[in-house]
Design a protein around this ligand. Structure first.
Ligand code: APR
Length: 387
């Protein structure tokens, strides 16, 4: 079994297979220190925590994770809070930065005897129509090599070798560009409030999400085509303060930005999520906008579904799980995509083509429903934390 990518999807899958006695190797182009340092997502849904607990992978998040159950909306009509942990199905998030989760998963995987080849870039997956597909690789010195297995799991993200190797016409790609760009920021500063904050403002969206007591994630909607260095730290803090109405609701706790990146909010879904002996999970299977913190949670869910199906096939000769893998994942993916799209439309003005004044009134009424209707709040809480 060959797994491409040591992110949440690849490492949860590797751990399940290793624990079931299925030999596998994880091929990861980055080095271990790079993985440790890469700041990505951090909001784990309750179901994700349950999956990690089921497979003995939750020690780290129980030690360092923090429960998060409140979000705050700031708009021209004032601010309101949703204690979503007491709404809907009553579930909360666990904040556990992804680089810490990946480090936990790697540690357990290697303790279980799992093989990882760092600095090994998968170039292509060949022979996926047969029973011994081959992954050609290039090591850190550019030397070629290859790995073979009964199956290959593409967990190497949307730009990885797995997607690139799919034969033309093997899968259909559904794609949506939400028409919104975010400047993603990581501030060396404690959180400015004890909730996720979504600021809806005429100048654009701004978001605040805790990561650790020392680091806080901010998002600032920016023009399409912006680059991370367009503004100074001071200019960014002033714009964040303006959009988050700091004058009215309290100052932001400023600090140096230690990471900046511009992300175009896009979604895509491949159908099906497999071809022959190649199965996709995580971002390699579908990309979701960061507006609802679903990406890493979908990756873990898909990794468990794929891992259990592979164990059934390889250890018990029962291929039904693999046959159902794609359809089962797609049910969850499309629900997450729908809610993520709803969040994008809630938090951002409509693109010029969509009759902005009319859309703006719709947006304000959606926010009013979220502020005043208990059934709307229950629906939101269930979608927001559920996967
Ligand atoms: N060969 C080997 N490794 C590769 C290759 C390649 N050709 N291309 C990418 N990788 C590695 C990356 O270095 C990364 O470590 O694959 C891994 C993919 O990990 P993620 O991007 O984290 O993807 P995934 O496990 O699918 O998790 C997806 O987690 O990062 C969050 O919210 C984010 O939605 C995202 C979710």
């Amino acid at each position: 079994m060959v797994i491409l990518g040591a992110g949440p999807a690849g490492l949860v899958l590797g751990n399940l297979l290793q624990a079931a006695g299925v030999g596998c190797v994880v091929l990861e182009r980055a080095g271990r220190e790079q993985l440790r340092a890469r700041q990505r997502a951090g909001f784990l849904a309750a179901n994700t925590v349950r999956i990690l607990e089921r497979h003995g992978l939750a020690d780290g998040l129980h030690r360092r994770g923090r429960t998060h159950a409140t979000c705050e909306f700031r708009t021209e009509d004032g601010r309101f809070r949703l204690h979503y942990g007491a709404l809907g199905s009553g579930e909360a998030h666990t904040v556990h930065p992804q680089h810490l989760l990946v480090d936990d998963l790697l540690t357990v995987y290697q303790a279980r005897g799992g093989q990882v080849r760092f600095g090994t870039e998968a170039v292509a997956v060949q022979g996926m129509d047969g029973t011994r597909p081959t992954v050609t690789v290039r090591d850190a010195d550019g030397r070629p090599g290859h790995w073979r297995g009964r199956y290959v799991a593409g967990c190497d993200g949307r730009h990885g070798a797995a997607r690139r190797s799919l034969p033309p016409g093997a899968v259909r790609r559904h794609h949506l560009d939400h028409g919104v760009s975010w400047l993603g920021l990581l501030a060396e500063a404690p959180p400015s409030l004890d909730a996720v904050a979504y600021a809806v403002h005429g100048r654009g969206f701004a978001g605040h999400m805790a990561r650790t007591p020392e680091l806080t994630r901010y998002y600032l909607q920016c023009e399409h085509g912006s680059s991370p260095g367009d503004r100074t730290d001071e200019q960014i803090w002033d714009e964040l303060a303006l959009r988050m109405r700091a004058a009215e609701f309290g100052p932001l706790r400023r600090g140096r930005f230690v990471d900046r990146s511009v992300v175009q909010l896009e979604s895509d879904v491949l159908e099906p999520l497999c071809h022959g002996a190649l199965f996709l999970a995580g971002d390699a299977a579908s990309l979701i906008s960061p507006s609802a913190a679903k990406g890493a949670n979908l990756a873990v869910l898909e990794a468990e579904l794929l891992g259990l199906a592979l164990v059934d096939d390889l250890r018990h000769g029962a291929p039904e799980g693999l046959a159902r893998y794609s359809a089962r994942c797609l049910d969850h993916i499309w629900r997450a995509q729908e809610f993520s799209r709803w969040m994008v439309r809630l938090l951002h003005a409509a693109p010029a083509a969509d009759d902005p004044p009319f859309q703006e009134r719709l947006r304000r009424s959606r926010l009013a429903s979220l502020r005043t209707s208990r059934s709307c709040q229950d629906w939101f809480a269930e979608q927001y934390v559920g996967v």
